[in-house]
Design a protein around this ligand. Structure first.
Ligand code: AMP
Ligand code: ZN
Length: 465
């Protein structure tokens, strides 16, 4: 398996710490708003990476954070608190906002056939680990207290700029552009580990700590969640390219200072999806999300297919024309697969060479467009029968996850979806009031309409049956 590693800036042979096992960490969403389709492109690339590794036989353990505290509008600890912005915008409290957008995120993941990571942890569930890490960083002199907050001192980190390749001069330009400068920092690039001095009067989420009542900085969250759930060594860490600096740079600095050794060997970053006007961003107000594509008659898997056509390290411009092309191509592909005669005998030995070609394309730094080419080659092949073709496509779809072997999933109208979500909320209230009879009757009512509720730690989602 060859993977491009942002750390070495080269394509490298992938060798995990433990043979046959992969520990993978993928940065998750800040749940103050819906995900835009750019975010979803990154999650699709990470999903293909996980499933491809599993297809090669690796046992993959993957973790993801849900950021529900500590992320400010600028990644370098300035600006407004994103969660408070979300709460203000919608006149709700922060926890309601977090729960609502966590559910929305999980729904997007499911409709794109993205496997939800086996470990998903909310930032607010990890406070003792932040405190444990920050105490050690202070004790070992990697961190300092100034103006009431705890900061990481980047001058103490070994080769702080190794991931980004950025030099301090370039950084200074960034700092000059920044709207505010924190005078309590020793170095402008130092970052907050723990805030006790909040500039937000209505800061609701606060915890006791050895440094006073406060809340964690954003960067420490991923380091701590990774340490707590995956241990001291990590094989792969992913995110979008915007995470390289400062987020992942800071994660490396604090994790390696805390652990006392190298932490993660492979850093994989997905290039951005842009719209015609440039970078896609939530702060622009209106932004493209999956629900809008659904409203316009596209299926989420049309979008997944659109993403798989280009390499994850190439930036991609979203246009409806390209999505139309993807939609038509996927429909034709699915028709072709579904029209295969599946009553013949599978030529198992002949499957191997096609499956190997597919694996080789994946092993070539996740070359998804080549993986699709191998799929088309299978459908055109003259040396295998239809049933064998169907079996191969079924195998490939374990990674591509385009539902190639099933008729298109039933979709529902926006109104019906709203009705279901309202019922889920009503059931949640009933449960909170210990009215379990009502809660069960809502569940049964939805079931009779073909909607099955799925309860998990993150809340309730649904699937159509
Ligand atoms: P956020 O919710 O903004 O923290 O971002 C969630 C994930 O999406 C992160 O891994 C980001 O790096 C990634 N991301 C942000 N913007 C884009 C974009 N335009 N295209 C692709 N990925 C993005
Ligand atoms: Zn992160």
């Amino acid at each position: 398996m060859k993977l491009y590693n942002t750390l070495s800036k080269t394509v490298e042979e992938f060798i995990p710490f433990e043979e046959g096992k992969v520990k993978m960490y993928t940065c998750g969403p800040t749940v103050y708003n819906y995900a835009h389709i750019g975010n979803l492109r990154t999650y699709i690339f990470e999903d293909v990476l996980q499933k491809g590794l599993e297809f090669l036989g690796y046992d993959v353990k993957r973790a993801m954070n849900i950021t529900d505290v500590g992320h400010l509008t600028s990644d370098s600890d300035t600006g407004n608190d994103k969660m408070l912005e979300g709460a203000k915008r919608e006149g709700k409290d922060v926890m309601e906002i977090a729960q609502f957008y966590t559910n929305a995120f999980l729904d997007d993941m499911r409709s794109l056939n993205i496997k939800v990571p086996e470990i998903i942890m909310k930032a607010t569930d990890c406070i003792p680990t932040y405190i444990e890490m920050i105490e050690k960083l202070l004790k070992d002199d990697y961190a300092y207290i100034s103006g009431g907050n705890v900061y990481f001192d980047i001058s103490k980190a070994k080769d702080y700029y190794k991931l980004s390749g950025k030099n301090p001069d370039e950084l200074r330009i960034g700092v000059r552009d920044s709207v505010e400068e924190d005078v309590a920092k020793r170095n402008p690039a130092d970052f907050v580990l723990w805030f006790t001095v909040s500039k937000f009067e209505n800061q609701i989420l606060k915890w006791d700590s050895p440094w006073g009542v406060g809340y964690p900085g954003w960067h420490i969250e991923c380091s701590a969640i990774s340490y707590k759930t995956l241990g001291e060594y990590l094989d792969i860490h992913c995110g979008g390219v915007d995470n390289i600096f400062p987020h992942h740079t800071n994660e490396i600095a604090q994790s390696e200072a805390f652990l006392g050794h190298k932490w993660c060997n492979y850093w994989c970053h997905g290039a951005h999806l842009n719209d015609a006007s440039g970078k896609m961003s939530k702060s622009k107000g209106e932004f493209l999300r999956l629900a809008l594509l659904k409203e316009k008659g596209y299926s989420p898997l049309d979008y997944r297919y659109f993403c798989l056509n280009s390499h994850y390290r190439n930036s991609l411009v979203f246009t409806y024309d390209s999505l139309d092309i993807a939609k038509n191509a996927l429909a034709k592909l699915r028709n072709k697969v579904l029209s295969l005669d599946t009553s013949m005998v599978v030529e198992t030995e002949k499957m191997v060479s096609y499956i190997n070609k597919f694996k080789e394309s994946f092993e070539n730094d996740i070359n998804t467009s080549m993986m699709l080419t191998v799929l088309y080659d299978v459908l055109k092949a003259k040396d295998i029968n239809d049933t064998t073709k169907f079996s191969i496509v079924k195998e490939f779809d374990k990674v591509l996850s385009l539902d190639l072997c099933v008729a298109e999933k039933e979709t529902i109208s926006e109104d019906f979806e709203r009705e279901i979500l309202a019922k889920i909320e009503e059931r949640k209230q009933a449960k909170a009031n210990k009215d379990f009879v009502k809660a069960d009757s809502i569940r049964d009512e939805l079931l009779s309409l073909g909607v099955k509720l799925i309860d998990s730690r993150e809340g309730t989602s649904y699937e159509l049956i």
